[in-house]
Design a protein around this ligand. Structure first.
Ligand SMILES: *Cc1c(COP(=O)(O)O)cnc(C)c1O
Length: 244
């Protein structure tokens, strides 16, 4: 069987992504309406892991310029490819667990790192950003349960980490991030995160970002003050193996 021409395939893909985006925007609007917030307070970050640069091109044409990735091995070449294709107006978010030795690579393309959870990582990011002449916004990832597998710092370490980020010339403290634990209603977790965010803001008033909420729980995240949603499947469909 012959494949339809590339232009027809990308047209179909554009329609899929446009439909996903319309559904996500409608959910965001309804959730904001429910709790008396406005949609302009919410930034949708498209999580593009396992997706090709062509999807990012389509998202961009639909007005989405905030993109997020969770693995440096995948993100670095994808960001370079997008830049080569002229997509120089994207904001890149790194949302996955980050090994310290990947810091030098990540600071080259990431504008925001959501997964800062230890002082060693703060120092490495600060040093490499400074050397590269880049400014990187950092969110402190908060662990809302005892499970270390999703990364994140225990709540009691968050103030110290926030101070450490603020003390680095090449880093900007943006706020906090969390992934809701699986064994707890997401609302309870996001409520805890809101308290942690308020404590961070008390010491650092400009650190207003709250990165919370994914495809399954963005309504609860909005109810508890999320400013940045990290949405993959609801925008782009079920993930498949990454092919480059
Ligand atoms: C993949 C991922 C997301 C997006 O998850 P979906 O359920 O596909 O929306 C959000 N945050 C992080 C840290 C991720 O790794």
């Amino acid at each position: 069987m012959t494949q339809p021409p590339a232009s027809a395939r990308s047209g179909a893909r554009r329609e899929e992504i446009a439909a996903g985006l319309a559904r996500v925007r409608a959910r965001v609007a309804a959730a904001c309406e429910d709790v008396g917030r406005t949609v302009s307070e919410i930034t949708i970050i498209a999580i593009t892991k396992t997706r090709p640069a062509s999807d990012i091109g389509l998202l961009r044409e639909l007005g989405v310029t905030e993109v997020g990735e969770n693995r440096d091995q995948e993100a670095a070449p994808k960001a370079a490819e997008c830049a080569r294709l002229g997509m120089t107006d994207l904001t890149w978010h790194f949302v996955g667990q980050l090994q310290t030795n990947k810091s030098s690579s990540v600071v080259r393309y990431a504008d925001v790192v959501h997964s800062v959870d230890r002082v060693r990582l703060v120092r490495a990011l600060g040093q490499h950003a400074s050397r590269t002449g880049r400014t990187v916004t950092c969110l402190i990832q908060v662990s809302l349960d005892a499970d270390p597998s999703r990364g994140g710092a225990p709540v009691d370490q968050v103030p110290g980490l926030a101070d450490a980020v603020a003390g680095q010339d090449a880093l900007v403290l943006g706020g906090v991030m969390a992934v809701a634990p699986l064994d707890e209603p997401p609302g309870a977790a996001f409520s805890k995160l809101a308290d942690v965010a308020a404590a961070v803001r008390a010491a650092h008033p400009d650190a207003t970002m709250i990165s919370a909420g994914m495809s399954a729980d963005l309504e609860q995240a909005i109810a508890f003050g999320a400013t940045h949603l990290r949405v993959g499947t609801a925008l782009l469909g079920a993930r498949r193996a990454f092919v480059r």
